[in-house]
Design a protein around this ligand. Structure first.
Ligand SMILES: Nc1ncnc2c1ncn2[C@@H]1O[C@H](CO)[C@@H](O)[C@H]1OP(=O)(O)O
Ligand SMILES: [Mg+2]
Length: 287
């Protein structure tokens, strides 16, 4: 048999580039901002429009496939990963960055079959960098093959984490307590681009040693997970167990030594799974 998912992969690359161009254009104009799960969980017309463009194009070519998209789920569509060919899409990863003109915004498109991720595409559209990875076929940034860093000494590492959009003080305290402990190991630095998809690509190309977060969603990390794995990295749960795409928690790292060292410091807090019963999120827009 030939390559069954090559046309899907090509379609993902094409539509990611198109979506990125729409985001770039929209960023030049006035952006109307609404909020979702909290007053700092932002959404714009561009998020919704770009998701429609991506899903519309892919559905036309692959009418039998399933789709999980950030904005569709926010509107109450299910977020269940089945064995069917399924696209997992974040149209604008880093919406807060997009709204503020902070220059890291990514289109994230992943594809899974039998619950296994087959490929992932992350288009960092303001930098114009196309990251991509296919199961068993390596990871690339544009035409260059990428690999994770070979650092094993945590003291020589840069670690990324983010604080997300849930600002309950208890969670924020745990997040900053973890960050403080990691900083005091000490590591060379702590960073965060504001987009989980881009953060994972930074692990994949060796710019940082690890990225971890609790609270992220499957659409933030599905494409990045393939890219990290194909670049030679590892994915784990924050408790050291196996990575679970729907669990809303993840450690991605260049190797197990770094991953396990970070895991020792992570203060875990609960996050509802992505595949928990549906909750439609009410959107608020200022008149
Ligand atoms: N509640 C949450 N907690 C943590 N991260 C979240 C989150 N909701 C979204 N994210 C994602 O995590 C990164 C920043 O923490 C972004 O990729 C952001 O994606 P978004 O821009 O698509 O919402
Ligand atoms: Mg996102």
């Amino acid at each position: 048999m030939g390559d069954p998912w090559l046309s899907a992969y090509d379609a993902a690359l094409r539509v990611a580039r198109k979506a990125g161009a729409v985001i770039r254009d929209a960023g030049e104009k006035e952006i109307k901002v609404c909020t979702k799960s909290s007053t700092v969980d932002l959404v714009t017309k561009t998020d919704e429009r770009v998701e429609k463009i991506i899903i519309g194009a892919l559905r036309e070519q692959f009418p039998d496939h399933c789709f999980i998209g950030e904005e569709s789920v926010a509107k109450g569509e299910p977020c269940n990963l089945t064995d069917k060919p399924t696209w997992i899409i974040d149209p604008v990863d880093g919406t807060t960055n997009f709204v503020h003109g902070f220059p890291f915004v990514a289109v994230s498109i992943a594809f899974a079959v039998n619950k296994e991720l087959e490929f992932g595409v992350v288009y960092s559209c303001l930098e114009n960098k196309m990251y991509r990875g296919r199961n068993g076929k390596g990871a690339f940034c544009d035409d260059e093959k990428i690999e994770v860093s070979d650092v094993k000494d945590i003291h020589k590492s840069i670690i990324i984490s983010e604080h997300g959009t849930d600002r309950s003080c208890e969670k924020v305290e745990k997040i900053f307590s973890t960050m403080k402990k990691i900083l005091c190991i000490p590591v060379h630095g702590l960073r965060g681009s504001g987009t989980a998809a881009t953060n994972m690509c930074l692990v994949a190309c060796g710019a940082v040693e690890a990225f971890f977060e609790i609270g992220i969603h499957c659409w933030d990390i599905a494409a990045g997970a393939v890219i990290v794995k194909e670049a030679g990295g590892v994915l784990l749960d924050v408790n050291g167990g196996p990575f679970d795409l729907m669990s809303r928690r993840m450690v991605s790292a260049n190797n197990m030594v770094i991953a396990e060292r970070i895991i020792k410091e992570i203060e875990i807090f609960p996050a509802d799974r992505d595949d928990a019963p549906i909750k439609k999120i009410t959107k608020f827009c200022k008149k």
